[in-house]
Design a protein around this ligand. Structure first.
Ligand code: ZN
Ligand code: ZN
Length: 137
């Protein structure tokens, strides 16, 4: 998402854009996007300062680190970005900051549920789906 500075009017500017996860280089071994992320930005400019109130919305598919099943996670985050403008700046590219805002919220160990029971260490059965015959431990 790029903002052309001289196109920001005095009353501010609202932008909406969809951006592919590949463009943001966001997919990891555990976390995948299957649809573009939705961005909404309200941009205001006061002399040489640009403020962007941003909303990032995306559906993320992650693999649970305990039971290994895939689960869906709705990512919705508001962020405020501020930039000091130089007289030579023509545009501001928000993409690196957007990427950072998302990655900051990535879980280190994604869990399908805080109470996920994980897999049985003996037979590998997903214990969220019921017990197995390996004993009660
Ligand atoms: Zn799980
Ligand atoms: Zn078992």
């Amino acid at each position: 998402m790029k903002i052309i500075i001289n196109q920001v009017p005095a009353e501010g500017l609202c932008l909406e854009e969809e951006i592919g996860s590949a463009e943001l280089d966001l997919d990891t071994a555990l976390i995948k996007f299957r649809a573009p992320l939705k961005l909404a930005a309200r941009i205001t400019r006061i002399t040489n300062a640009l403020t962007v109130d941003l909303n990032i919305n995306a559906v993320i598919f992650a693999d649970c680190s305990r039971c290994l099943s895939e689960f869906k996670w709705v990512f919705d985050k508001d962020a405020r970005l501020s930039y000091l403008l130089d007289s030579s700046d023509v545009f501001i590219d928000l993409t690196p900051s957007i990427r950072e805002e998302i990655i900051l919220d990535y879980p280190i160990k994604p869990l399908c549920d805080l109470n996920c029971k994980g897999l049985c260490v003996k037979c590998g059965k997903n214990k969220n789906e019921g017990g197995c015959n390996c004993g009660s431990t």
